[in-house]
Design a protein around this ligand. Structure first.
Ligand SMILES: [Zn+2]
Length: 109
């Protein structure tokens, strides 16, 4: 496994994904190996290390990212009646590229 699945696999097209929403600088897609029955990942298309380390990103990008997170989460909440939104930090963060998980249902594993 790479430490940045998003830059190394998704954003360069090596791994194809099922897109849920996309803007000029944000991508939301169904997780390729879901942990929950509904599992969507929302990422910036440019490299941003984490929520607590925005790197070169500005607040505008974070705002646009959260706008997509809200839109995707609202859709999941509407369709399934409940949703979780989470992002991991430090050693909990497997891929060192800021990503929000939007999920619903009981864990698959
Ligand atoms: Zn990256």
């Amino acid at each position: 496994m790479t430490s940045d699945f998003y830059c190394d696999e998704v954003l360069n097209g090596r791994t194809s994904v099922d897109v849920v929403a996309e803007t000029e600088d944000i991508l939301a897609y169904h997780h390729t190996r879901p942990f929950w029955p509904v599992h969507i990942v929302v990422i910036p298309k440019s490299h941003v290390p984490s929520l607590t380390d925005l790197g070169d990103a500005d607040d505008g990008l974070l705002h646009r990212l959260l706008a997509v997170v809200r839109q995707v989460a609202a859709g999941v909440e509407r369709e399934h009646g409940a949703a979780r939104v989470l992002t991991n930090l430090g050693r909990y963060q497997d891929s060192k590229h800021l990503h929000f998980h939007v999920n619903s249902g009981e864990p698959l594993r």
